[in-house]
Design a protein around this ligand. Structure first.
Ligand SMILES: Cc1ncc(COP(=O)(O)O)c(C=O)c1O
Length: 304
């Protein structure tokens, strides 16, 4: 990764290499941290953060589920992010706020320990490559089922959840694919290990509902809003694995992957085997919006 100058930790700007935690930090042992992935894009008016408020709201809601009390108001984290982007002279890139159960007592019970917060920013281009963004990626349906809300809350971006994602990711790459698609315990499609999935069939968009184990993705909400503005019908319903194979188009949405077409699933070519027309339309609009080129969506941007 590309280093920056400063990282924000518990209210202070720290040198990148000095932003460290104690080895007995609770979160390191038990996965007790909640994080966000946010992007900022270069616009004509300088860097702009995409849907910052929604990301910070989700961070706080996630901490609430784990009874973690962030000692900074939301507004302070929002200004810290803007300050950090300026301080590091970042034009575009990735923003990673993380709230974590800190160092004090050992053992599972976390409520006597502090909730610490850190925010890092760094330049980060496309997650699955420019080629993938343009022509699509190849996916494998994972043997690792998506976590279920009876086991861990999938709507919380808790680090513990990502152990499941990591296993799916390793398996997909070991098998020569670019990314995994995870089914839920009932066998329906849930999502990717770090992204939501959309299917295009007969001109309409279909994506699995939250109760299928799909994160309430901010990029997914944005893609659906864009689609609706184009007059494209959007549905949330359970998807069968075989519906992926016969889709006209498939794509992933997520802060990291942005909007990435899927051209193959388990050796089956999807649609024309490249980025489909509806995917292209939504993807192009998404980048136009994120880069501040469409004033009618400026409410989604926080200009730094
Ligand atoms: C498991 C999972 N699903 C979906 C997403 C996409 O969510 P968003 O668009 O809010 O980044 C992410 C990334 O945050 C994720 O980790």
């Amino acid at each position: 990764m590309e280093k920056c100058k400063k990282i924000w930790m518990n209210g202070e700007m720290i040198d990148w290499d000095k932003a460290q935690v104690h080895i007995l930090t609770h979160a390191l042992h038990y996965g007790t941290s909640v994080f966000e992935g946010i992007r900022c894009y270069e616009t004509e008016k300088g860097p702009a953060v995409f849907r910052l408020k929604e990301h910070i709201d989700r961070l706080f809601a996630g901490c609430h589920a784990y009874r973690m009390k962030i000692r900074h108001p939301k507004e302070e984290l929002i200004s810290a992010i803007c300050e950090l982007i300026k301080e590091n002279e970042l034009k575009s890139g990735y923003i990673r706020p993380i709230a974590y159960v800190g160092y004090k007592e050992m053992g599972l019970f976390p409520l006597n320990n502090p909730t610490d917060v850190a925010i890092a920013v760094w330049p980060w281009g496309t997650y699955l490559g420019e080629e993938g963004l343009k022509n699509g990626i190849r996916c494998k349906v994972s043997s690792w089922l998506r976590i279920d809300s009876r086991i861990l809350p999938p709507q919380v971006k808790c680090s513990a959840n990502y152990a499941n994602s990591v296993l799916a990711k390793i398996e997909a790459l070991d098998c020569g694919y670019n990314e995994a698609i995870q089914l839920n315990l009932a066998g329906f499609v849930a999502e990717g290990p770090g992204e939501n999935i959309f299917l295009v069939k007969n001109g309409a968009l279909i994506t699995p509902p939250e109760d299928a184990g799909a994160l309430y993705g901010i990029t997914a909400q944005s893609a659906m809003a864009i689609a609706k503005d184009f007059g494209i019908e959007c549905l949330k319903r359970n998807l069968l694995r075989e519906e992926l194979f016969s889709a006209d188009e498939l794509f992933f949405t997520g802060t990291a992957v942005e909007i990435t077409p899927i051209r193959e699933v388990d050796g089956r070519v999807i649609g024309e085997g490249t980025r489909g027309e509806i995917t292209r339309k939504i993807q192009e609009k998404f980048f136009e919006v994120a880069k501040g080129k469409d004033p009618s969506y400026h409410s989604w941007l926080t200009f730094v």
